[in-house]
Design a protein around this ligand. Structure first.
Ligand SMILES: [Zn+2]
Ligand SMILES: [Zn+2]
Length: 271
């Protein structure tokens, strides 16, 4: 495989995995912005889980973020204890920039924290409180299975094994770069898109969310975060124009009847 071909394959796979988070975990599972056929719902869920961990945990955390944005109770506000706390410090329990930056560069660091999170659950030190605000998902067998301790680390081990079998060590390096890119893209929404030095606040949403057009380019459209906080259920985040690849994918899925009922705010509907 040439360098160009392997780069194209990496970009394709990384984008596909990213859509599992943005279209799947975020717009479909958290905010129910559209409906998906069961096979599509399962596929998006597994693509997201490959790098973002348990969907039930992610959705619970994100719903909590919407309910408590930029208050002391927000799990990851950069406005409470600094930018780096909002980016990665909230995961590793520090506000010091150096460990936060090192963790951001670690690539598989999030997988290590998922393992720690599960081990703490097994010894009873991490009760699954997130299940209280995800009762809509807990009725699904796949969601319950993926939220079982050590299932996510097992899925990650399977990824590593599969990639190593197919592509050897260059494949592991590519997987590491994918995880590093995807985790930082997701964390950038929490840090950059809630930091007043960047972007614009189109709506007065009583918290610090921002629309940051350049973040949208590497997050499949999630950078229009102030518009998202104003209209959380909207399937389209770039309501005023701009790059929103997730919305383009949702429209494509609707056109081939794998998805339906994408929700838009009344004033942004065609008719
Ligand atoms: Zn937010
Ligand atoms: Zn959201």
């Amino acid at each position: 495989m040439s360098t160009l071909e392997s780069s194209a394959l990496w970009l394709f796979c990384t984008t596909l995995l990213g859509l599992g988070n943005t279209v799947g975990f975020h717009r479909l599972l958290t905010h129910r912005a559209f409906k998906a056929s069961p096979p599509l719902r399962w596929l998006l869920t597994l693509l997201g889980a490959a790098h973002s961990g348990s969907p039930v945990f992610w959705v619970g955390l994100h719903r909590y973020h919407h309910a408590r944005s930029d208050t002391e109770d927000d799990p990851h506000s950069p406005n409470i204890d600094g930018f780096w706390r909002g980016h990665t410090g909230w995961i590793i329990g520090t506000s010091h920039p150096l460990p936060c930056i090192l963790f951001a560069l670690s690539g598989f660091g999030q997988q290590a924290m998922i393992l720690k999170h599960d081990l703490m659950r097994i010894i009873g030190q991490n009760p699954p409180t997130w299940r209280q605000i995800t009762t809509d998902l807990m009725g699904e067998r796949l969601m319950r299975f993926l939220d079982t301790p050590l299932v996510m680390p097992a899925l990650f081990a399977l990824q590593v094994w599969g990639v190593y079998t197919l592509f050897s060590w260059p494949g592991i390096a590519a997987l590491w770069l994918s995880h590093r890119t995807l985790t930082n893209a997701s964390w950038a929404i929490n840090s950059i898109c809630h930091w007043e030095r960047f972007g614009v606040a189109r709506y007065d949403t009583k918290e610090a969310s921002r629309d940051v057009w350049w973040v949208a380019w590497f997050t499949n459209g999630e950078g229009y975060h102030n518009s998202h906080h104003r209209f959380p259920k909207s399937a389209r985040h770039a309501l005023h124009g701009g790059a929103d690849f997730s919305w383009a994918v949702i429209q494509l899925l609707v056109s081939v009847r794998l998805a339906s009922d994408p929700w838009l705010p009344r004033s942004f509907r065609d008719h």
